[in-house]
Design a protein around this ligand. Structure first.
Ligand code: NAD
Ligand code: ZN
Length: 341
């Protein structure tokens, strides 16, 4: 089969022929239809210090996918040949305290597909059956392909009840925009989104932000006042990883406000914690998706009419992977998917 492989510890990826993997007794074999490109894949492609410290080669990359089950191991009972599926890319240990308590997203021994084990940028993928999400609610292949980042958005957006609340989202990357769509769908009143990219701000407004602003030109407080808000935001979703955005978010919160942080700062970040204390703010870190509560929520959101397909701006064939990666790296895009059919 064709697979996009990090063949050696240096920049680049190669589309090469490798053997089709065989599922063990508790695993399934998926014929991949469509995949999404994530920031993690860009780090791996570039072989930056994070990638060099985190993974070994050779490795098939990629972790966002959908496809059809074509074979199941002898012990697999709840996934069948023909099922249309996506998959949770975090393989957990199953033995730590959190895993045993059912809090699998908190496992400290997680391994990621496309990083520590072979991933989905390939014609076929083998995965433990317990990591498979069968799409029982009808969903398009391109949305199914981005269930992983959609899950990051849902996990963050629903970290705190948002019905009737005013929400500030810092960062209008694909995940920030989807989070804005989710809180809007879940009944938030005003959803203000900040970013530094004109294109991404325009996409955020098109897809449902009440207003999308560049804080270098429009202070967040001005946007809030314009909407008639008097006491700051109830909920903040940090989706940029930019230290300055986190500081702006803290400044814009109402007393008692709650902040969920998904964005990963590259370096140590300073923050005036007296603001957190005196305003009694809650800060919650978010990693991955709840396994599988977030997946249930995603399917239910789709079933109840939320359509995040607008965040996908570019579609490529896997043979065009170089152009697909270059487009993702440029930032002049929303989400990018690659077909493997
Ligand atoms: P992305 O890089 O496409 O989007 C980040 C956006 O933030 C960009 O559009 C950028 O222009 C914007 N930005 C930069 N500086 C800003 C500032 N000062 N104010 C406002 N916006 C600013 O990333 P993504 O794929 O949408 O992911 C969002 C973040 O979540 C990234 O930091 C990513 O590393 C992180 N992430 C975390 C997890 C997790 O499990 N915690 C999972 C996936 C992604
Ligand atoms: Zn564990």
């Amino acid at each position: 089969m064709r697979a996009l492989v990090k063949t050696a510890p240096r920049a680049g990826l190669e589309l090469i022929d490798v053997p089709i993997p065989e599922p063990g007794p508790t695993e399934v074999l998926v014929k991949v239809r469509m995949t999404g490109i994530c920031g993690t894949d860009l780090h791996i492609e570039a072989w930056d210090p994070w990638a060099a410290a985190t993974m070994t080669t050779p490795r098939i990359v990629g972790h966002e996918f959908c496809g059809d089950v074509v074979a199941v191991g002898s012990a697999v009972t709840d996934v069948a040949v023909g099922d249309f599926v996506s998959g949770e890319g975090h393989l957990v240990c199953g033995r730590c305290r959190n895993c045993l308590a059912g809090r699998r997203h908190l496992c400290a021994n997680t391994r990621g597909i496309g990083v520590q084990v072979d991933g989905c940028f390939a014609e076929y993928l083998v995965m433990p059956a317990v990591n498979i999400w069968v799409h029982r609610v009808p969903v398009s292949p391109e949305v199914a392909a981005i269930f992983d980042p959609f899950g990051n958005a849902v996990h963050t957006a629903l970290a705190f009840p948002c019905l009737g609340e005013d929400v500030l989202v810092t960062g209008a990357g694909p995940i920030g925009i989807m989070a804005a769509m989710v809180v809007r769908h879940a009944g938030a009143r005003f959803v203000v989104v900040s970013d530094l990219s004109e294109e991404r701000l325009a996409l955020a407004e098109k897809l449902g932000a009440t207003v999308a602003i560049d804080p270098r030109h429009t202070p967040i407080a001005d946007a809030a006042r314009e909407l008639g808000m008097r006491e700051g935001f109830d909920i903040g979703l940090e989706m940029s990883g930019a230290p300055v955005a986190l500081r702006q978010l803290v400044d814009a919160m109402a007393h008692g406000g709650r902040i969920a942080m998904l964005g990963l700062p590259a370096d140590e970040t300073s923050l005036d914690f007296s603001k957190v204390v005196l305003r009694m703010l809650t800060l919650k870190g978010i990693y991955g998706r709840e396994i599988f509560e977030t997946w249930y929520a995603m399917s239910v959101l789709v079933q109840s009419g939320l359509d995040v397909s607008g965040v996908i701006t570019h579609r490529f064939d896997h043979t065009e992977h170089e152009e697909a990666f270059a487009t993702a790296r440029s930032g002049h895009c929303g989400k990018i998917v690659m077909s493997w059919e």
